[in-house]
Design a protein around this ligand. Structure first.
Ligand code: KIV
Length: 276
């Protein structure tokens, strides 16, 4: 799958399914499930690295996880889902040269074919424009942007007419700079549906209702592996509960039939090995 194939799916009226992955194991499952694209999202900072927000994850860590995800994909390259990697906080906000270098490293040093950036500030738009002009496919992300958690919290965004107009303007700007798709997170569903209809680029929702061109989910949330899931992303199964129950059974089984204690060795002692 290439970035342009997502647009073809939108034009054909076919839904787009995107799931996150963070290692080879999760990547293989997501590919087998038939996802069109795999996102190595910076949510992995919270989901698998145990950080309280997405802010601490570094570019090196994202590259490390992205390579593992790439190794987990098993189909022939032409049939693999599109691999997208989030640019982490501070890898693209400190000037266009640094942003270009960070995005370039993702494409050079990992199997990802596209990057995702949050927001549409003038500086971010300038960075996106440069990346796109240099052949780096860019996905946008508006609405609840977790890298701005200290400003926005995890609340639903674009709730009043002024902020809805601002979001629509920003979404159009992302299309104009050449983003191949746009993630809309935790915004009113009417707004997301309207934008999906108006924009040419595919709109991928999470907590944005059913009217989007596609949906993206954090796989660990869907599988119920995380301690808590956002209200707009309820788990499909209690993966954590099932896993703990299975592991508890294994531990209990060992405790129920402990191995026989070792018998004392009565053979003559071997000479001690010399210390080097
Ligand atoms: O980091 C992530 O997993 C994301 C998705 C929630 C879209 O950005």
């Amino acid at each position: 799958m290439r970035p342009g194939d997502l647009l073809s799916r939108k034009q054909a009226g076919l839904p787009i399914a995107i799931l996150t992955a963070w290692d080879a194991l999760s990547a293989a499952m997501v590919e087998e499930a038939g996802a069109d694209a795999v996102l190595v999202g910076d949510s992995l900072a919270m989901v698998v690295l145990g950080h309280p927000t997405t802010l601490p994850v570094t570019l090196e860590e994202m590259l490390h996880h992205c390579r593992a995800v790439g190794r987990g994909l098993r189909r022939p390259p032409a049939h693999q889902p599109l691999l997208i990697c989030d640019l982490p906080f501070l890898s693209y906000q400190c000037g266009p040269d640094q942003a270009m270098a960070a995005a370039g490293r993702v494409l050079k040093d990992s199997p990802a074919a596209a990057v995702k950036l949050e927001g549409a500030e003038p500086e971010t738009l300038a960075v996106m424009d440069r990346l796109v002009r240099h052949g780096i496919p860019v996905m946008g992300h508006l609405g609840l942007t977790p890298q701005a958690v200290h400003q926005l919290g995890y609340r639903q965004q674009a709730n009043d007419p002024a902020s809805q107009e601002q979001l629509k303007r920003r979404a159009r700007q992302l299309q104009e700079v050449g983003c191949f798709a746009l993630v809309l997170e935790h915004v009113p569903s009417d707004l997301a549906t309207e934008l999906s209809r108006q924009l040419l680029l595919p709109v991928i929702g999470i907590g944005a209702g059913d009217g989007c061109d596609g949906q993206v989910r954090v796989t660990a949330d869907l599988l119920g592996l995380t301690h808590r899931q956002p209200p707009f992303s309820p788990p499909l199964i209690d993966g954590r509960g099932l896993s703990v129950e299975a592991l508890r059974g294994w531990v209990a089984g060992l405790n129920a039939s402990p191995a026989a204690p070792p018998t004392p060795d009565t053979s003559p002692a071997a000479p001690a090995a010399p210390h080097c």
